[in-house]
Design a protein around this ligand. Structure first.
Ligand SMILES: Cc1cc2nc3c(=O)[nH]c(=O)nc-3n(C[C@H](O)[C@H](O)[C@H](O)COP(=O)(O)OP(=O)(O)OC[C@H]3O[C@@H](n4cnc5c(N)ncnc54)[C@H](O)[C@@H]3O)c2cc1C
Length: 407
């Protein structure tokens, strides 16, 4: 008996689904044709952009707390037997490289991941139809009709709504909606926060380690420590990307950055007081340059109301108090959250309650599955989103074979 499986979307989750479906069909002795529909001219374009071209494809700390969405759903999917992303890539010849828990291919090149996936698809005789925008899926007599051809099962792997230029344009939501699925509100996640302050431009190019706390008025929304990057009108870097999703829809946003996280207010106060007599002829900017990058030192002085060239011996108690406050709570008013064109992932998506957690089969339409970022699951920066894409893709691919085998 022969079956036809259609996979809409040739990204991370779609390719994993195709590979696992083919592997499982061989084990089950089923003749399965797998066709991947991809609307760009090549599959896996986004993979090349991941991890700054290095593809951070997994993490050694896979605790569910790094994911957002329906906790039980996430737990079930991530505890499936298809959750060994490192093993999955080892089976395609890729050795891992570890950096602070983040997992990259040993080559540190995203092309290795893409090429391994595509080579495996070629070996498994998976068909690709590129430049092929799927806008409609009809269902007739238990068959799915896509571009005039019939399929026994369909997996939707079209990604979210982030970075249209990489293929994910939200079109998958329409496909699922038309098949009876609920789509939650969506918003950009893992994106930069914009700042519209004239003097902020002075910090362009700065990278500094610190604790970044996001507030709406006086309410702390989320905070995270790490390297913060400054552009002309925005802050980014891993801690900012991770807290950005909590800014959506909130008013009176501001960030407080502690650029001296490991020192207490007392430590710093004592240090500056000592500088007054231990290094009295040092200028304040010279003292500060021993603690933070020079560019930031001038900025901190300006914010603290201390004139350039002020000698350490001349620092007043008030000067020291405001220097310490600025270092511990460098404050910026947040103007906005960079939109979907800049966000790495989409928060929200196809409601997880419409899918069986153990198989990812739709509860609305028999024979339909979904995987990857189209689902209402998003993860922290650090390999979590790709790990979810590989795991959910493989689970959906294997489940589609089980479904067809039982037919
Ligand atoms: C710049 C950037 C860097 C990132 N870095 C990392 C990282 O280092 N680590 C990490 O874990 N995550 C990273 N991510 C997130 C990660 O890439 C995604 O979460 C992951 O790719 C989602 O996989 P997916 O298969 O669900 O969707 P996608 O990878 O977006 O794939 C969906 C595919 O479906 C196609 N498609 C969409 N609609 C249709 C349609 N109607 N018809 C036909 N084809 C369609 C698209 O062209 C695309 O190829 C990054 C994202 C970006 C944008």
């Amino acid at each position: 008996m022969s079956f036809d499986l259609a996979i809409i979307g040739g990204g991370a989750s779609g390719l994993s689904a195709a590979i696992e479906a083919k592997r499982e069909s061989k084990k089950a002795g089923i003749d399965l044709n797998v066709t991947v529909f991809e609307h760009l001219n090549k599959p896996a374009k986004k993979i090349l952009a991941t991890g700054n071209g290095r593809c951070n494809f997994c993490n050694t700390d896979l605790n569910e707390s790094h994911y957002f969405g329906d906790n039980d759903f996430i737990k079930d999917v991530l505890s499936s037997k298809y959750n060994d992303s490192i093993g999955f890539f080892k089976s395609m010849g890729i050795l891992p490289y570890f950096e602070n828990g983040r997992v990259y291919p040993r080559s540190e090149q995203a092309t290795s991941i893409r090429d391994a996936l595509l080579k495996t698809c070629e070996i498994l005789n998976i068909n690709f139809l590129t430049e092929c925008d799927i806008e409609k899926i009809e269902v007739d007599n238990n068959k799915f009709i896509i571009l005039d051809n019939n399929y026994d099962s369909v997996i939707i792997a079209t990604g979210g709504n982030s970075q249209k230029s990489q293929g994910s344009d939200g079109s998958g939501y329409k496909l699922l909606k038309a098949l009876g699925h609920k789509i939650t509100d969506i918003s950009p996640a893992l994106t930069a926060l914009t700042i519209n302050e004239k003097s902020f431009k002075d910090l362009k190019g700065l990278r500094v380690k610190g604790n970044c706390a996001l507030y709406s008025g006086r309410k702390l929304l989320k905070e995270e420590y790490g390297e913060i990057q400054f552009t002309e009108n925005a802050i980014s870097g891993i801690p900012v990307l991770n807290i950005s999703q909590f800014a959506n829809g909130k008013k009176n946003l501001n960030v407080l950055i502690d650029v001296c996280n490991e020192f207490s207010v007392n430590d710093l106060t004592k240090h500056f007081k000592e500088c007054r007599y231990k290094s009295p002829t040092f200028r304040t900017e010279e003292i500060l340059s021993g603690i933070i990058p020079q560019k930031l030192a001038y900025f901190v002085m300006k914010k603290s109301g201390i004139k350039e060239n002020t000698l350490a011996s001349k620092l007043t108690e008030k000067n020291i108090e405001s220097l310490v406050l600025t270092l511990k709570q460098l404050e910026f008013k947040i103007d906005g959250v960079r939109d979907f064109d800049y966000s790495q992932v989409t928060k929200g998506g196809a409601s997880s309650s419409d899918f069986d957690t153990k198989s990812l089969i739709s509860k609305k339409q028999d024979g339909l599955f979904a995987c990857g970022e189209i689902l209402n699951v998003n993860g922290d920066c650090g390999g979590y989103n790709l790990h979810f894409a590989w795991t959910s893709g493989r689970l959906a691919g294997a489940s589609a074979v089980k479904y067809l085998n039982n037919k």
